[in-house]
Design a protein around this ligand. Sequence first.
Ligand code: UDX
Ligand code: ADP
Length: 478
Amino acid sequence: MVKIACIGAGYVGGPTMAMIALKCPHIEVVVLDINKARIDAWNSPELPIYEPGLQEVVAEARGRNLFFSTDVEKHCSEADIIFVSVNTPTKTRGVGAGFAADLAYWESAARTIAAVSTTNKIVVEKSTVPVKTAHAIQKVLERNCVHPGVRFDILSNPEFLAEGTAIDDLTAPDRVLIGGRDDLESGRAAIAALKEVYANWVPEERILTTNLWSSELSKLVANAFLAQRISSINSISALCEETGANVKEVANAIGMDTRIGAKFLNASVGFGGSCFQKDILNLVYICQSEGLKEVADYWNQVVLMNDYQKNRFVKRMISSMFNTISGKKLAILGFAFKKDTGDTRETPAIDVCQGLMDDGAKCCIYDPQVKEQQIFRDMATAKFEWDHPTVKSGVNPYETQLSTVSDAYAACDGAHAVSVLTEWDEFKTLDWQKVYDSMVKPAFVFDGRNILDHDKLRSIGYIVYGLGKPLDPFVTGN
Ligand code: UDX
Ligand code: ADP
């Protein structure tokens, strides 16, 4: 029986391996992590991540041919194919800080593999990594391997799943990309072995094979292009507000051009998630390192536009609410970076809430999937302005200006404004009359995702700001 091990039981490793196990009952799949609490959760009824459909997939395969364990050494030593799906955050210090990917977790995983391998291994890069990482990893593996003659074949197999739709994306991927050393016989055999795994459910024409560097780069470029589309439409949302155009109508009109396409054109308060910003910064760093300043500046602008959009939203709220939000309760609906996930990494809500709290507002947050503890942890890492009076008095604002509740109505009760930051479906069907009745007047709605029925809200009495839409008379300039 072929055995697959995966180091890293996170948002990528967990669901991907669960799908492989589901579709390949003849393969034993073991997902490994150094974080015992995470593994315990994968082995329990309450999985560590929220993802529609995941529970069912895990329930079918777990205990049959899908296992979760902290015994990294044992299972890596036994495996034929080892996926590495550890975190690769942006470096916070040293050379490339703020841009380059931190490969410390990857290197440590590679050292473990090298130390325990007594048979040939196919090592698969699943985490997003900088171009040419495979080269560095090959060296770490070969130089640290204690057993002579063991061969490591490195493959790049980037994951393109999006959170919230991971199971659908894994079930029917647009494509599976496998990069490897097609100039070597062992490299070709490794590519074929991995291809055989996916061929159990993915049509062959959707499995692309490339050289290693193309595969590594494609992942960064795919995310850069996707993020660029959002920054592009967000930049147009600012122009729409100034000119009286409607960004939804513009997006619809341009999206019908098949060359442009309709997807990923929703203007928003900003993109978040663990990948977009990190991958673009990584791309920018690579371009800089290669002396391509103009190319680096071009892509960096996608991130700067995203920051501008978050800032613009905060300023719009403040200026509309008579330039003063100090002491006012503001209901924040949604904290996750998108709907159908509990993930808050790089969520625009952190920056928006920080901006509002810097101005003295009291943010009351409700999100159906993000736990209170997580929100407080995220906001504790926000960098408040140190000349802010609350901070100056020695109090961290998140202790006095931040609260969370477990339903949307409680968040809105007594609030001056409601701000929609995540497009959760349940916000669309709230009893908006009931919400209005419980709010301070004039009652504002700032729809950062354009999911609500704005005309209906206006007829109830709300002053409404829809991102990128013609402005209500009471909604004032930036
Ligand atoms: C992304 C890529 O889509 C995926 O292929 C890759 O593997 C990982 O990164 P993810 O971050 O999970 O996936 O979510 P995605 O759906 O791409 O959304 C990213 C951010 O963009 C979210 O904050 C989302 O709200 C925002 N977004 C998306 C918009 O603001 N407008 C859109 O039209 C689409
Ligand atoms: P992603 O979104 O890319 O899946 P996550 O942060 O959700 O990233 O998951 C990465 C996981 O990898 C974490 O659970 C972390 O504990 C695990 N991890 C990191 N380094 C190692 C290692 N050397 N051995 C085992 N697990 C590791």
